[in-house]
Design a protein around this ligand. Structure first.
Ligand code: PLP
Length: 362
C-alpha cells in the first residue's frame, strides 16, 4: 500500500521509473542482463515466439502439461504446436520425446518447470539440437536453480508470471528474459505497438527538441504489452519479500511430504533432481481415486485442482494422440493447497482429511 501510495503521489502511474527499477532488480535476482516487464506472462510467451521468428510452416514442440497460452501463441503465429509427453511423476517434458518429435520443421521447444522443479535443461538442449529456440515457461519457477543457474535464464528465452495466483504478484504482470542482446531491441519494439524503442513518448520527443514530436513510425505492427508503475511498485515490494515467501512455502511442502509419505495409495511428488532447487509453487499427489478425493475435500471446504490439463486433450487442438504418461497423470494427479498464507493448522487439516479419505476407502 505504501508503494502504491508513493506512485500515486508521484502523479504518474503509467510505465516509468518503477518499471525500470523492477526490471533491474529482477535481473539481479535472476542473474540476467535483459529483463522486459510485460502486462502478463501470456504476452511474454507471444513476444518470445515472435522475436524467435516463429511463423507459418514451423513446428513448436510444447510440453502437453502446460498452460494454454503456450499452445495458443504458437497457433496465433500461424505455426503448429506438437505436444510432447512428460515424466510420469515430475510432469516435466521428456527429453526423449523432444528427440523423437524433432524434425526439420521444428523451430522451437517450450518447456514448463512443473511446480517449480527444473526440467533437465542439458538433456533438452541436446535433444532439441542446434538452432532450435528453447523457451522456458518459468511461471512456476521464480527462484528455482538448475546447477547454480536460475530457471528462465537457461534457454534462449524465459518467461515469468506475476498474476494474482503466483508467488510474486502484482495484480497482473509478466517478464520476458532474453539471452541474445540482438533480440532485445526487437522485443522492446514489439512490446509497445511496434514503435522503435527510441520513439515511445511524444513528451520525450518534445524534450529532445524534435520539431514535430507527434510523428512516428512502426518497425512492425504489434500489440501493447507494457506494464505500469503501480504494478511494478507492488512487484518490487514482493521481490524483497520473496525469500520469506519461499521459506514458508518450503515449510508447507515439508509438512505434506512428511505426513503423506506413508498414506496408503498416495504417491507424493519427488523432490527436485540432484543439483536443482524448487520454488515450491505446486504440491501434487497422485492416487487412483483422485476425483473422489477432490470431491471429499471440496465437501469439507478445501479447494484442490489439477494443473495443467493436458493440451493434447483440449478439444480445440483436435489431436487424436494419446500420450501415456500425461493421460495417466491427468486421471490421478491432484494439487493440494500450497501458498505462503496457509497456517500450520490449515496444512495439518488437509493432511488429516487426505489420510481419513485413504483410511475410509482402504
Ligand atoms: C505455467 C504458466 N504459464 C503461463 C501463464 C500465463 O500467465 P499470465 O496469467 O501472467 O498471463 C500461467 C498463468 O497461470 C501459467 O501458470
Amino acid at each position: 500500500m505504501a508503494a502504491a501510495g508513493r506512485v500515486a503521489a508521484s502523479r504518474w502511474i503509467g510505465r516509468g521509473p518503477e518499471c525500470a527499477a523492477f526490471e533491474k532488480e529482477f535481473g539481479t535476482h535472476l542473474g540476467a542482463d535483459h529483463v522486459l516487464l510485460t502486462n502478463n506472462c501470456t504476452s511474454a510467451i507471444y513476444l518470445a515466439l515472435r522475436v524467435a521468428g516463429i511463423g507459418p510452416g514451423d513446428e513448436v514442440i510444447v510440453s502437453t502439461i502446460n498452460f494454454v497460452a503456450c499452445a495458443s501463441a504458437v497457433v496465433e503465429l500461424g505455426a503448429t504446436p506438437v505436444f510432447a509427453d512428460v515424466d510420469p511423476h515430475t510432469l516435466n517434458i521428456l527429453p526423449d520425446a523432444v528427440a523423437r518429435l524433432r524434425n526439420p520443421r521444428t523451430r522451437a521447444v517450450i518447456v514448463l518447470h512443473y511446480g517449480g522443479h527444473p526440467c533437465d535443461m542439458n538433456e533438452i538442449r541436446s535433444a532439441a539440437g542446434d538452432g532450435v529456440f528453447i523457451l522456458e515457461d518459468s511461471a512456476n519457477a521464480i527462484a528455482s536453480d538448475y546447477h547454480g543457474q536460475r530457471c528462465g535464464t537457461l534457454g534462449d528465452a524465459g518467461v515469468f508470471s506475476f498474476d494474482a495466483m503466483k508467488i510474486l504478484v502484482m495484480g497482473d504482470g509478466g517478464a520476458l528474459v532474453l539471452t541474445s542482446p540482438e533480440l532485445v531491441e526487437r522485443a522492446e519494439a514489439l512490446r509497445y505497438l511496434g514503435l522503435a524503442p527510441s520513439q515511445t513518448s511524444g513528451l520525450e520527443a518534445m524534450q529532445q527538441s524534435m520539431t514535430r514530436w507527434w510523428d512516428y513510425d512502426v518497425v512492425a505492427p504489434s500489440g501493447r504489452f507494457i506494464s505500469n508503475d503501480m504494478a511494478a511498485a507492488m512487484g518490487r515490494v514482493q521481490l524483497r519479500r520473496l525469500e520469506t515467501f519461499l521459506a514458508r512455502r518450503r515449510v508447507v511442502w515439508d509438512v505434506y511430504q512428511a505426513r503423506l509419505a506413508d498414506v496408503a495409495g498416495i504417491v507424493p511428488p519427488p523432490e527436485p533432481a540432484e543439483g536443482c532447487t524448487t520454488s515450491y509453487y505446486l504440491y501434487w499427489i497422485q492416487c487412483d481415486r483422485r476425483d473422489d478425493l477432490a470431491a471429499f475435500l471440496k465437501d469439507r471446504g478445501v479447494y484442490t485442482t489439477f494443473r495443467y490439463y493436458p493440451l493434447h486433450q483440449v478439444p480445440y487442438y483436435k489431436t487424436t494422440m494419446s500420450l501415456h504418461n500425461a493421460d495417466r497423470a491427468s486421471e490421478t494427479t491432484l494439487n493440494l493447497p500450497l501458498h505462503q498464507n496457509l497456517s500450520d493448522d490449515d496444512v495439518h487439516r488437509v493432511c488429516d482429511l487426505v489420510t481419513e479419505h485413504a483410511a475410509n476407502r482402504a
